[in-house]
Design a protein around this ligand. Sequence first.
Ligand SMILES: Cc1ncc(COP(=O)(O)O)c(C=O)c1O
Length: 403
Amino acid sequence: MRLASRVDRIEPFYVMEVAKRASALLKSPMCDPAQGGRRMIFLNIGEPDRTACERVQAAAHRAIEGGHTAYTPATGLPALRQAISRWYEQRFKVDVDPGRIIITAGASAALQLAMLALVEPGDEVICPDPSYPCNRHFVTAAGGQAKLVATSAEQRYALTAQQLREHWGPAVCGTLLASPSNPTGTSIDPLELAALVETGRALGGWTVVDEIYLGLSYDARYGQTALALGEDIISVNSFSKYFGLTGWRLGWLVVPSDTVAAVERLAQHLYICASTVAQRAALACFEPESLREYEQRRGEFQRRRDYIVPALREIGWPVPVEPDGAFYAWMHTGDIAADSSALCLQLMHQAQVTLTPGRDFGPALARDHVRLSFASSLHDLQEAVARMATADRGLLRQPWTSA
Ligand SMILES: Cc1ncc(COP(=O)(O)O)c(C=O)c1O
């Protein structure tokens, strides 16, 4: 069958390949404690280790039992849009009109809507390197092309306004940022973000900020929404990470008022509405008891960060910049092995610890960086560190040969 050429422009998602290999090893003696092996510790997964809190689960049951499962408006349940607007007001002190909030099937659908609404075929969109790979593929799927701009530890892996000016060109239509970022867990400095937005405006472009990890921020300096910078900012968010609803597929998009009708048309035709059960359940996320629990969970992630970053540095797996949000530590592994993909496979076989090589996140730092997710329990993190500390450095350095 002849497939559309856009399919060829979408790269494989190597993270998934690593996960598949690790799962395949699970049945081997190496991962079977009954046969003298050790269980695999998965620190490659970008997913909280806990599901929705109980009140949210109960609300989902009530929605199903009460038959409240019909389509909602394409923009989402009005009560949920209002609840999100109140959350912005209470937590971030930012006034966001509920009418600008569009409920989507995860941040993924929000990004897809945004790119379909903003990108013409042939357009370029500036994205930092490293960044979450799917984001640039939403640009590709809309017919555009991501223009990756390499960043460094010195700039906290964030794009600068100066870089934006230098890399802007006639085909560029906007900038797609994430703060905090996956894979680095670092946020854009608020002053730099303001300068990026201002520069983008002056050049006639838009700014979309993926704020999916904003709820999981550990530093008041960075934990601010870009929406405070003006009504023209487009923000992507989700119930997946902070609220622990990954597989429920629920997120949202905040757009300028004068674009709501156009985005609504796209949503109506592309997917009618996000899951009604998930939307009804998500209303319970904003009850005071639920928010208290989610804040406790945030504290737990922060304690894991406070353990893992110094522990990794101590065993010679340097984390150049301390993450201020999300649950990722981005390690520089150039002094351990030349190729981060081979290193991850060696570690998986030697220590039964699965990490994510830099490859997916852009070419700039791919070969000598590895992402560790600290979304697992403190116990698992401690066990992983002990195994990494004693892994044979000579073997880790070797190129990967066996399949
Ligand atoms: C930066 C970033 N944006 C978007 C997504 C997609 O999330 P969702 O589950 O809300 O679709 C992820 C998922 O890992 C992510 O890390």
